[in-house]
Design a protein around this ligand. Sequence first.
Ligand code: GLC
Length: 510
Amino acid sequence: MDLTHTPWWKGAVVYQVYPRSFADANGDGVGDLTGLMRQLDHIAKLGADAIWLSPFYRSPMADAGYDISDHCDVDPLFGSLEDADNLIREVHARDMKLLIDFVPNHTSDQHPWFIESRSARCSPKRDWYIWRDQPNDWRAALGAGSAWTWDETTQQYYLHLFLPQQPDLNWRNTEVVAAMHRVLQFWLDRGVDGFRIDVAHCTGKDPTFADHPRCLAGEPLSDFNDQPYSHEVLRGIRKLVESYPGDRVLVGEVNIRATSSVVQYYGAGDELHMSFNFPPLDAPWDPVLFRTCVREVEALLRPAEAWPTWVLSNHDNERHRTRYDGSMRRARASAVLLLTLRGTPFLYQGEELGLENAEVGHDQRVDPGGRDGCRAPLPWEYDAPHGWHGVPPWLPFPPDANELSVERQERQPDSMLQLYRELLRLRRASPALRWGSWQELDSPPEVLAWRREHEGDVRTVCVNFADEPRELVLEGAWRVALSSRPDGAGHRFDGRLAPEQALLLEPLAL
Ligand code: GLC
């Protein structure tokens, strides 16, 4: 690979900030952009190259900001447009990039476009959304039931693949395309380095509106919608983004569980630069599932255009430590896996602290989709309220908030935070880990082992999923550069893996 032409994002580690829960500066119990700015050094010190910031736009917050009523302004809960400009500057001042969320599929029902669209059948914006006399059987996500809601005033149904407060835009209308492109330009002009595209596979709808058996069986359409028109929408967005200098990047949420479909969204190098691949996001700690998934990605995402991503947690899914039965040992081993596979890893805020999902009581629930547990606030300080001074945060803290706080882990040499920092440091220093080839190595069934290589720089990684020791025979002599277990590094690898241990190995100079 010619490194002079390798875009920054291929060697990057991206850190997802969910702004409501990251850090609160004004004491109202909800994180904000100033809070984020104050804690930017946490992300820089971790060694991340870029931040993906979840929505901070004006919103009635029916879906925590994924229901946008003004794409070109900041919700007062999070701050102001000036704060956003400062944030872009501050992120760049730390040599990091900033990606923001772009939500093309729908707006809020309080967006002026929808208010106008629903005002009358003859409204000039009627066709900006999807109106029908008869509903079909399409189902919405987030437990919303039918994807169609009846509008009393104009006596038609409108389509929403998510909540009724999130009407779907009609991307076949060229005015919608132009208006949404203006949104992208607005933020590109302000200096953002790219976008995470929300449900990137959903903008195109089956033009025949045919019923779908999977919806009849209870699945939301957004879990499998896969229409050619979504690709056309993405090609338009890619063209626009490429008209800007500086390797701006598009990473899409393609929430389809088949990697063979996901790969289509890279197009011929003219759609997404990267797509999330969901199987590891709800996988339990299971070597068979991981082996299958990694092999599939390696087999399908070979072309130079289709660069993989790896992600274990985000704001929509149970945190991976919780999925791994609360095991810190497994969470530590999975960090090695996540940060050494071929592709761009995305970290979700708090995984570097080993956080689990919070227990959210019935009366504390906020999200209609039941995803509050992974959205709990980050504990910064050891003592309650853990750096959230003012009114208590909008959700309870995750378990063990004092022991897992940043303050505490800063002082513990073997903490999860230090493990992530060390992993990111080693990764940054190794072209093999950042861009190198990937080759699976022979290993016992519960062990995954692979070799990365780039121009003479070589690393081997092995992960023992078993809760018993395993042996691994490797060619050559290797030195332990990092172990997921707090048992030190630097010694020669003797072929033994401790229970649920992951090792990063480098060639031993004899
Ligand atoms: C994406 C977001 C999720 C949101 C949904 C609707 O899946 O990640 O949080 O609820 O889209 O915008």
